[in-house]
Design a protein around this ligand. Sequence first.
Ligand SMILES: Nc1ncnc2c1ncn2[C@@H]1O[C@H](COP(=O)(O)OP(=O)(O)OP(=O)(O)O)[C@@H](O)[C@H]1O
Ligand SMILES: [Mg+2]
Length: 246
Amino acid sequence: MSALLEVSGVSVSFDGFRAIDNLTFAIGAAELRAVIGPNGAGKTTFMDIVTGKTRPDRGRVVWGETSRDLTALSESRIAQLGIGRKFQRPTVFEDQSVADNLMLALKKDRGPLAVLAFRPSAADRARIADLADEIGLAGALDRKAGELSHGQKQWLEIGMLLAQDPRLLLVDEPAAGMTPAERAHTADLLIEAARTRAVVVVEHDMEFVRRLGCRVTVLHEGSVLAEGSIDRVTSDARVIEVYLGR
Ligand SMILES: Nc1ncnc2c1ncn2[C@@H]1O[C@H](COP(=O)(O)OP(=O)(O)OP(=O)(O)O)[C@@H](O)[C@H]1O
Ligand SMILES: [Mg+2]
């Protein structure tokens, strides 16, 4: 398998503290990967580096068939190349309907004014229906986003990212604050999304990670401590010591 994203030898320090330390990571084009590790391990910083929010002090972040080094590119350019990121707090437009939120995401490249004057085509409406179906909000298309539950807002935001059809989706702690049923649905929709793209999920909830059924990377002090199946990493003595056993 050739990698879609390959991070190698990446380090970054904040005021002399090395948050990412010679990190190496690779993910394939249609792969789901969970990233776990203790607070401060560098999981979010890793996503900041991939998306261009934080510049590494050294190392390479190589993307796609053309092996472009992302460390030289702006955040917006990196997003254009097909890397989408979901932050913990949902950023949906609360006064707009679910359908309009998805439409805005679908037509994001046109700018907000063009979107206002925009009349969706039959193809757009079909795509929105498909997206709503995929995120489990098919029955809520006409509801205002502000009326949705916390979990539903998270799904809507994932749907808005999927509307942009990213090749790599980065999701930071999606299950936080969700009910067990919402967590199960979130795992299912991330599994589905990863059938056609790379998806990296940072999560502390081990039941959720187990449900993802994918390869797991354990970060500790900015480096990979262990990598493999959930059963393998959860039985690793070092992983138990620094993370699971606390
Ligand atoms: N912009 C920044 N400036 C200074 N320090 C930072 C910055 N970003 C991250 N850090 C530090 O880098 C370390 C790694 O933080 P990071 O947020 O990546 O951890 P994490 O694995 O996501 O933890 P958590 O599970 O709590 O979300 C922490 O010690 C954090 O304080
Ligand atoms: Mg974090």
